[in-house]
Design a protein around this ligand. Structure first.
Ligand SMILES: NC(=O)c1ccc[n+]([C@@H]2O[C@H](COP(=O)([O-])OP(=O)(O)OC[C@H]3O[C@@H](n4cnc5c(N)ncnc54)[C@H](OP(=O)(O)O)[C@@H]3O)[C@@H](O)[C@H]2O)c1
Length: 434
């Protein structure tokens, strides 16, 4: 490699992640020059507000509010899209690819909703698009899937893909604190996205599992085709009662290939046995468990977000971008499939944990049992826990194997019973068998 070559890089966005990238490229200039086989020069960064104070020093002459000053500059080799969002980010990514740039991105939202278009454009333009930082922050999971485990087919990929939810659940359990208390703290510490629903309601994890599903199965699965439930309904009691089952509650994102070939993509709070290494991944850490038919199971753990972990992944992509510019092939291509067949809720089964509030009086349990029996659901364990003097009690139960469809119908019927005073909250008992 020609170690004297200078590569010019333009940043779309100079926020948390981009500043981390630039900070580490500067701090490790010499070692980066040796490892990357060339020098990286910051050509320009596009921001909304040029006068904003930033943690890294960037001369004002290198800042612009016009992204096309970067895209249309023929001297710029690499464009890093680190602005986020899906509208402008998509427009600029496509424009950069059409202008012959190599694009690096951490933007899972735009990849999940427009990945097919972006990848097609990259192919059409003979360009390259790198996106390691879009899933699981510092864990190089995209490289693992594309390169390290290229020999494998994946029947099950699951894990913790949202650090904010994991932080909230960890602290609730450790401190016996309510969801609301810890959420407030997470907001204060800046751990929650501006659009809170992305984290709390599972959408961020859904974007990431869509990307892993694409790499593993060659098809784009929209979030509308997934079962997505966040952690909003979790109560401290669930964390405590989970221990009775030797489990811990985690927000689990998964893509499973059923034996009949259908795919099932989901994000939901799940009970994981404490013997599963993923159940012991806490705080802001992420974990990804991959079941490959050749390698068996591998588990990857690391910081799922934050400036430095994400910068580490973006810099790895910049390194690949340099190699590509120096003549290496872009990346392993994914074998694109036509429309995948998604599993219906009646095809997906498992054990479930249900929690709901009832009138504490005679005959209630019999009524509940008959509703469940109608859907052919059999109860494995049932606890009744009186929680205050209001004459109400919590019912906590686990079921034997049944389908998602049956549980959905049973919960609808239970909600409509006059003796049931809270909507049943469902936590799946995660089945990591393949
Ligand atoms: N933060 C993380 O831990 C993390 C982890 C993994 C992936 N990501 C992804 O990385 C990307 C960047 O995240 P971030 O946390 O660095 O975001 P951020 O701190 O909000 O920074 C966004 C940057 O983009 C600029 N920007 C936004 N809209 C713009 C527009 N229309 N025109 C020009 N500039 C615009 C902002 O300019 P101003 O500075 O002037 O406001 C800012 O510099 C996102 O896609 C995010 O999902 C982030």
């Amino acid at each position: 490699m020609d170690s004297g070559k200078i590569f010019r890089i333009g940043f779309l966005g100079m926020g948390t992640v981009a500043q981390g990238v630039w900070k580490h490229l500067q701090a490790n200039r010499e070692i980066m020059r040796q490892r990357l086989g060339g020098e990286i020069e910051l050509a320009k960064a596009c921001v909304r507000d040029i006068s904003k104070r930033r943690a890294v020093e960037i001369p004002e002459s290198k800042l612009t509010q016009d992204p096309y000053e970067i895209i249309n500059d023929p001297s710029i080799d690499i464009v890093c899209e680190l602005m986020g969002g899906t509208g402008k980010a998509l427009e600029l990514t496509l424009a950069a690819l059409r202008a012959g740039k190599v694009v690096v991105s951490a933007n899972k939202a735009v990849i999940c909703s427009h990945g097919a278009e972006i990848f097609a454009e990259a192919r059409k333009c003979g360009g390259a698009y790198f996106f390691e930082a879009s899933v699981a922050g510092g864990i190089p999971i995209i490289k693992v899937l594309r390169e390290g485990l290229i020999a494998n087919r994946f029947s099950l990929i699951y894990g913790i893909l949202n650090g904010t939810c994991n932080y909230i659940l960890t602290r609730m359990e450790r401190e016996n604190a309510t969801y609301e208390t810890i959420l407030k703290d997470a907001r204060r510490l800046g751990y929650v996205e501006a659009d809170e629903s992305l984290d709390i309601d599972g959408w961020d994890a859904a974007h990431k599992i869509a990307i892993l599903a694409y790499l593993a199965h060659g098809c784009w699965i929209g979030t509308d085709k997934m079962l997505v439930t966040g952690i909003r309904g979790i109560r401290l009691e669930d964390m405590i009662w989970a221990r009775d089952f030797n489990c811990r509650v985690k927000l689990i994102a998964a893509i499973r290939k059923l034996e009949n070939g259908a795919l099932f993509a989901s994000v939901y709070p799940a009970l994981l046995p404490l013997t599963d290494v993923v159940a012991n991944v806490n705080e802001v850490y992420n974990a990804v468990s991959l079941n490959g038919d050749v390698v068996g199971r591998t588990v990857h753990i690391g910081r799922g977000a934050g400036q430095d972990a994400t910068a580490s992944a973006v810099i790895a992509d910049i390194s690949d971008a340099l190699k590509y510019l120096l003549g290496a092939p872009a990346q392993m291509s994914v074998a694109d499939l036509a429309e995948p067949r998604m599993a219906t809720l009646d095809e997906v089964d498992g054990d479930f944990y249900l929690r709901f509030e009832v009138e504490d009086k005679a005959g209630v349990l019999a009524t509940i049992a008959s509703v469940l029996a109608k859907e052919d659901i059999s109860i494995k364990l049932l606890h009744q826990r009186k929680h205050d003097s209001s004459g109400k009690a919590w019912i906590v139960m686990t079921t034997h194997k049944t389908t998602e469809g049956a549980i959905k119908k049973a919960c609808q019927s239970l909600s409509s019973l006059p003796v049931v005073s809270s909507e049943p909250f469902v936590i799946r008992i995660f089945d990591s068998q393949v």
